[in-house]
Each structure stands twice: as C-alpha cells, then as structure tokens.
Design a protein around this ligand. Sequence first.
Ligand SMILES: [Zn+2]
Length: 210
Amino acid sequence: MFYSSALSTSTALCASIQSMIILVREMEFKQLSEGRILLRFFHVLDSRRALEECPWSFEKNILILNGLGPEDNPRTVDLNWCDFHVHIHDLALPRMNLGVATHIGNKLGIFWDMEMDEAGQAWGAILHIHATINVNHPLKRALKIRTTIRDEKLVHFTYERLSNFCYICGRLGPISKYCELRFDKGFTDLGDDTPYGPWLQAPMPVKGRP
Ligand SMILES: [Zn+2]
C-alpha cells in the first residue's frame, strides 16, 4: 500500500496513475484526507514499478509515493521525500566512480545508486545517480567538489521527470507568481532572468532504465 500527496481529485488521480504506470493488475484507492490517498496494488510487481520509477506527477504537480511498513500509520507516514534520477554534469571521467557519486548524492539528500560498469566506473559525459531528495528544500543546481587539496570544481545538476517548480526559489510546487521570496524585503524582480529555469529538466534516457 502506498500514499501520495499534492492531489486534487482522487478518482482522476488514480485513473492517471493506472495509465502512467501501465498496471498489469488492478489497483484500488481510498481518500484519507486532503492531499493524502491510500493506494493498494494487487501485485507486488506493479507496486515495485510504481516506486522504482518515481517521481510521478499529476497535473504537473509532484506526486509522492511511499511504501507502507507494518507499523506505519497511513495518516502520518512521511511524504516529504521523493526519489529522483539526477544527472551530474562537468565531472571529469576518472571521478565518475561510486565514491564521488555517493558523496554528491548524500549532499543532494540520500544516495542510492549510480549507473556504472562492473568495475564501478561510469562512462560518458554525464554521471547518472539515483537519490532521495527532500521536496521541501530548493532543488540544488550545482555543488563545489574538491579535486585536489587546493582546488575545487563546480558540478551542475539536472533532474529527470521534474514536475512544476518555482523558477525563483527552486522549490517543487506552483510556478513563481506568488513565490514567498517575492514578499521579502529587498527582493528584486529579474523578469525572465530567474535563478532557475526549464534547463533544470533532464531528458529521459532514450532506451529507458534496465
Ligand atoms: Zn518560489
């Protein structure tokens, strides 16, 4: 069983989930409260796929799924974290290894794994990692990593399957118009030159994930 948040119409949401995930077996749902719904999948492979292919979205807003443990309360289970596939740019090829990926992933949130060969090395221009991120925090655009005792290098991030996010503060949710930062003293409206933009969206892998 799983829970989700940020929904408006539970029936439409569940129909959307069924078409997005392409379920093989049935699924049923129960609305628990506003923004929280209980889903029950009738086959573990359907539920596993739903969790593995996060993040999902509904009407362009993030949809957070969380597995339900035997002691979990459906009304209070944590919906603040979501799994993302993150692309790391501007990293030298020799540094595309598990140690560096773990360090960066844990700066983003909680590192899970990376795409790599049997020797633990990634190949290509971009390092792909899988990490759990707190959805209440601004999305990280870049991070300085130490390359030598004296030198640091800036690496940049893009995210697969991003839903709506604010181009001013970088938080997932409604876009910019009423961003809290606009109400701050000293806020300067930069027009279209926002700190965040659609460039934070990473393309999906051509062949999909294994
Ligand atoms: Zn904002």
